[in-house]
Design a protein around this ligand. Structure first.
Ligand code: GLN
Length: 508
């Protein structure tokens, strides 16, 4: 069945329809709320509150009526359930926070509200954003609209499934080790994780604070640009937020590029002079042949637009998995210590004393993957192991960041490769091996360890579970604060390809 949003290519098209009064924001919101209910089998939404969405729709409607609409007024989106939201539940995909209601909105949520978007609710994610398949959510696995038996990717799997299915035009996500880019790739949509510090982490439930970064997911690079524009900026409530500003003479802080200003000139070589670094390490063992082929064809398209392919080396890529899976659990074990059943979270019914209460509550409240990581994190931070594991991982992290800086210094302007080694795996197929899920993060983790921006765009299909064609994503990695260039290159790619316009159910 065709969904309502299928008739609009992107945010700009829907904005036009709203301005022309072809549909009102309220009608649109009501229609989408109905479709969300109808697609409950995806298990993408964890909380929907029609009255709250309709109240936001009303405000957007008034703006349009007074001729004060902005680029995102009335645009339907939804938030990963790791962002705290006033009104909607905030569970972080965990039993631990099953009944938690935040008294305030995360900065990113607030920013999108200020831009007059309409939130349709909260989207499922892996518990505390730990996972690569959205199979670790307390509310059960989310299904991929391209094939209901495969995962949508994770941890922002609900966000990816909702955008891919056409239930919203945009969604927020968070990316600690790939959780925006990877589900975007596996669900056939676009996603960007900006440079660490560009979007505020205030109100984003912490997993691994030195890696966590907010991002956005949508159908096209042009839509990502509009959404990123809304969520980026300095926030005094986040100590790692970066002083940025628009290009104003003598203003303090770093100049943010204008993400929405694309080079749309009628030029057959719009990417002339662009050097694309292609890391050898991203095309070795473990990369599925069909995925590799789709990436190669995308690079050929980019070359036809004037870009040059340069072979580069990021020699420490393989170390990103062990380094990340020491650092992330270490930070998680510290961040998740706050769920002690006193200040926050689930409290067990029967206990003998305070320590027993905390231990039982945590055992009941946290799922298996989260408990595993808390134990690893506590171990690597403990006396006697700190130097051998945690400190060593921090050294490796530095080497990984240096690999990128060496490449950007004199070899290339952007780096490209796959997002994932395979297309989306079948639901349940990863649970037999405790580390199989982690190995699939090989191409995304180092970007977070270095704090760089990364983007994923659909670039083809490859046979997956039962040979069903499933989406493949092309990853673009930029130097610090170069997300404007990533978006512009992705946009040029999308002007000459239509992978991002394919919809589940339509022939591939
Ligand atoms: N798959 C990675 C992990 O489980 C990344 C998750 C994320 O980016 N939130 O840690």
């Amino acid at each position: 069945m065709a969904l309502f949003l299928d008739q609009y290519a992107d945010i700009i098209a829907l904005r036009q329809a709203l301005d022309n009064k072809q549909i009102s924001v309220k009608e649109l919101t009501q229609t989408l709320l109905g479709e969300i209910k109808h697609h409950a089998n995806l298990n993408a939404f964890v909380d929907v509150q029609a009255d709250l969405s309709l109240a936001q729709a009303e405000i957007a409607e008034q703006s349009i009526a007074c001729g004060q609409a902005g680029a995102l007024t009335g645009i339907p989106l939804a938030h990963k359930d790791i962002f705290v939201t006033e009104g909607w539940r905030t569970t972080a995909g965990s039993r631990m926070l099953a009944d938690y209601r935040s008294p305030f909105d995360a900065t990113v949520v607030q920013a999108l509200l200020k831009a007059q978007t309409v939130s349709l609710g909260k989207l499922s994610c892996d518990e505390f954003a730990m996972g690569s398949g959205n199979e670790h959510a307390a509310t059960g696995p989310v299904r991929n609209p391209w094939d209901l038996d495969v995962v949508p990717g994770g941890s922002s799997g609900g966000s990816a499934a909702a955008v891919a299915a056409g239930l919203v035009l945009g969604a927020t996500g968070t990316d600690t080790g790939g959780s925006v880019r990877q589900p975007a790739a596996l669900s056939g949509i676009c996603g960007i994780k900006p440079t660490y510090g560009v979007a505020s982490r205030f109100g984003m439930i912490a997993y691994a604070s030195s890696l966590d970064q907010a991002g956005v997911m949508a159908r096209s690079a042009a839509d990502l640009a509009l959404l990123l524009d809304a969520i980026s900026g300095f926030d005094p409530r986040d100590a790692t937020s970066i002083e940025t500003c628009r290009a104003v003479a003598n203003a303090p802080g770093r100049i943010l590029s204008d993400y929405t200003r694309f080079n749309n000139r009628n030029n057959t070589q719009p990417l002339a002079g662009l050097r694309i670094g292609v890391p050898n390490e991203y095309f070795g063992d473990g990369l599925n042949n069909d995925v590799a082929q789709a990436i190669d064809q995308a690079l050929v398209v980019l070359e036809s637009l004037g870009a040059k392919r340069v072979s580069i080396s990021l020699p420490n890529t393989a170390l990103s998995i062990p380094a990340y899976y020491v650092i992330a659990p270490a930070e998680a074990s510290s961040n998740l210590a706050r769920y002690d059943a006193v200040r926050y979270g689930h409290r067990t019914e029967t206990y003998t004393d305070l320590a027993d209460m905390s231990a039982r509550s945590r055992t009941e409240g946290f799922g298996e993957e989260v408990r595993k990581r808390i134990m690893i994190g506590t171990y690597v931070l403990s006396h006697g192991y700190y130097d051998a594991y945690y400190l060593q991982a921090q050294r490796v992290r530095r080497l990984i960041a240096q690999d990128f800086q060496r490449a950007f210094a004199d070899q290339c302007d952007v780096i490209m490769g796959p997002v994932t080694p395979t297309v989306a795996p079948a639901i349940g197929s990863l649970s037999t091996d405790p580390t199989a899920e982690w190995l699939g993060d090989i191409y995304t983790l180092s970007v977070n360890l270095a704090g760089l921006p990364g983007l994923s765009v659909p670039c083809g299909f490859a046979p997956g579970h039962r040979s069903q064609p499933l989406p493949v994503g092309l990853q673009m990695i930029g130097n610090y604060f170069d997300e404007g260039r990533l978006l512009a290159v992705a946009h040029q790619f999308q002007l000459v390809t239509d992978w991002h316009q394919r919809r589940p159910g339509a022939p591939t």
